[in-house]
Design a protein around this ligand. Sequence first.
Ligand SMILES: Cc1cc2nc3c(=O)[nH]c(=O)nc-3n(C[C@H](O)[C@H](O)[C@H](O)COP(=O)(O)OP(=O)(O)OC[C@H]3O[C@@H](n4cnc5c(N)ncnc54)[C@H](O)[C@@H]3O)c2cc1C
Length: 265
Amino acid sequence: MKIAVLIKQVPDSTEITVDKNTGTLVRDGVPSIMNPDDLAGLEAALALKDKDDSIDITVVSMGPPQAAGMLQEAIARGADHAVLLTDRRLGGADTCATSRTLAAALNKIGYDFIIAGRQAIDGDTAQVGPQTAERLGLPQVTYVDEILELTPEYAKVKKSLEDEEQVVKVKLPAVITTLSGMNKPRYMNCIDIVDSFNNPVQIMTYDDIKDDLPQDLIGLAGSPTKVHRTFTKNVSAATEKFDLPADETADRIVEALKEKQLIKK
Ligand SMILES: Cc1cc2nc3c(=O)[nH]c(=O)nc-3n(C[C@H](O)[C@H](O)[C@H](O)COP(=O)(O)OP(=O)(O)OC[C@H]3O[C@@H](n4cnc5c(N)ncnc54)[C@H](O)[C@@H]3O)c2cc1C
């Protein structure tokens, strides 16, 4: 059974600030991490491999050359292979071009089951997993927070919705998208980190997939999305100021909380 896990390298959002003048994200000097939903997807695949050693896990990323470090980390965690699609011609891709390119690469790599994260914490669109499934003509289950069963014929997964959970059985090959809260990623140990360097990340370029994908469908040329404007949203809420003695202020606050049903009447 071949599992492919799609992983995006993202800036660590806890370290990002916003430039007050331009409203853009300040990314300089911000460390990069494995996208949290993808790390959970990798952990879910590794947990399946713990139970069935015949499972073969390939992690796949498209991005700049420095994403190789993140993929090396995935090997140290237990992935069998890592493939980085990197090429200047692929740069500037929106989700449309990214999913096309990933789908072409996945067809070369091979798969029975594909795991993507639900959403990248930087681009934030949640489109790449579902679009990749569409391009490969595969069924998909999004928002998965538990893989209950995986057989060569089907996967049984639990899907989390806002106010309900669904158990879905999907025929393989299929794509699922995973949520970061679904598990606790394992730690890497020193020996596995050192050993991982005996299993280097494989590099793929556009030349490896160009027979299936014309150049006008990749990178910036293949990206119809145009960002019209980015701005920081002003967060404001109605406020009420009490200029009363302390005990009266406390009573007013309690009343206000009751009115909003935040505490019981
Ligand atoms: C040379 C080069 C430079 C790039 N530079 C940037 C950049 O500066 N900023 C940027 O945001 N993107 C960059 N990309 C990647 C590409 O443009 C984005 O991955 C894509 O637009 C993803 O959109 P999103 O963040 O909304 O993903 P979402 O749709 O929110 O992602 C959902 C899930 O899809 C999968 N996924 C998404 N993107 C990738 C990927 N690239 N590889 C593997 N799996 C993925 C992950 O599992 C992710 O959790 C670059 C690509 C190349 C080749």
